[in-house]
Design a protein around this ligand. Structure first.
Ligand SMILES: Nc1ncnc2c1ncn2[C@@H]1O[C@H](COP(=O)(O)OP(=O)(O)OP(=O)(O)O)[C@@H](O)[C@H]1O
Length: 311
């Protein structure tokens, strides 16, 4: 998931085969000493990833940044390089900016990212959070995310999304490439090791289910994946030649959103999109462009964004 949630202002024609020198194209190459200073010796942990820890950093002007320090490992270094390579080529308003990085070219790496003060989606959706995330904001998040994915798939020449594992790759190195967060990772990718645009659409479909239900993709507490809970409804949506019953949709919906003013057809549109995106039939999964067009056309609540101009 992180891959499509990060970004950089950088010349897309550049690769990192040759390390950029300091301040090249707006992305700074830092030394480890710099990273230590910026994070005040890693004094404030603000998040944890599957292979990384995220620390608060401050520049001298007191501007904040987030430093994602990857686990030190020769094996996991490839994951860092892959993420850095992608970030160096991306530029989109809906994706966080890469400000700089540290790379020892062997086993240690860190990414210096624009600081995002609003927390992550799970925090926003959590049932005990005081403010309920409004429906229109949920559909806006879905649209912004799919527009970011569309940018990666269609406009960025990143290539990773359609990347197929070279047949010569050893099982060990293949394992290294197989990254993903629990609950979001396409079972087809887990089975074959083949990364594709369809895999990204699967992850997007899971986020849509989270936005509609208010539940997290994977509940460690219940040992439950949202895609499994949603499966009967998803199958019914895909199989059904008739309109899906409203009470079934309402039962899946985040109870905090139940109100007369909510247009249930918009919820049905979101669920239909999710059902197609997470379908085990890869041919059914739509492109990011198609999903963005569908959301803009079928969800009037998005009009507050001035849709069609990109958000
Ligand atoms: N730029 C940022 N600004 C503020 N907080 C951040 C930022 N990046 C990450 N975080 C915090 O750290 C948490 C984990 O980050 P992220 O989701 O990027 O990890 P991940 O993708 O699971 O990592 P990995 O690549 O190691 O698997 C986020 O949920 C968020 O709370």
């Amino acid at each position: 998931m992180a891959c499509f949630l990060n970004c950089v202002r950088f010349d897309v024609s550049k690769t990192i085969t040759d390390k950029p020198t300091s301040k090249e194209s707006g992305v700074t190459c830092y030394s480890w000493d710099d990273v230590e200073t910026l994070t005040s010796n890693f004094s404030r942990l603000i998040g944890s990833g599957g292979y990384s820890s995220i620390y608060m950093a401050r520049f001298s002007g007191s501007d904040k940044a987030a430093v994602k320090v990857h686990v030190s490992s020769h094996r996991l270094y490839q994951i860092f390089r892959l993420e850095l390579d992608i970030l160096l080529r991306l530029q989109h308003p809906n994706i966080v900016k890469l400000l700089g990085y540290f790379d020892d070219s062997e086993e240690n790496g860190a990414l210096l990212l624009e600081y995002l003060p609003q927390g992550n989606l799970q925090e926003k959706l959590q049932s005990n959070s005081k403010q309920v995330l409004l429906w229109r904001n949920r559909v806006a998040i879905a649209l912004q995310l799919v527009q970011a994915i569309e940018h990666i798939h269609e406009k960025s020449k990143v290539g990773f999304s359609s990347m197929v594992q070279p047949p010569t790759m050893s099982p060990r190195s293949r394992q290294v490439r197989m990254v993903g967060s629990p609950g979001y990772t396409d079972p087809h990718y887990l089975k074959t090791g083949i990364a594709s645009k369809k895999m990204d659409m699967y992850g997007f479909g899971v986020v849509v289910l989270e936005l509609v239900s208010g539940k997290e993709a994977f509940s460690a507490e219940r040992g439950e994946m949202l895609v499994h809970t949603a499966a009967p409804l998803m199958n019914e949506i895909l199989d059904s030649s008739v309109d899906i019953a409203e009470d079934k949709v309402r039962r899946f919906l985040d109870p905090r959103l139940l109100s007369n003013s909510l247009d249930i057809d918009e919820v049905k549109t979101m669920l239909s999109v999710a059902a197609l995106c997470i379908s085990s039939k890869l041919s059914l999964r739509p492109s990011a462009t198609h999903v963005a067009e569908t959301l803009i056309k079928e969800i009037p609540s998005l009009s507050f964004l001035g849709c069609g101009k990109g958000v």
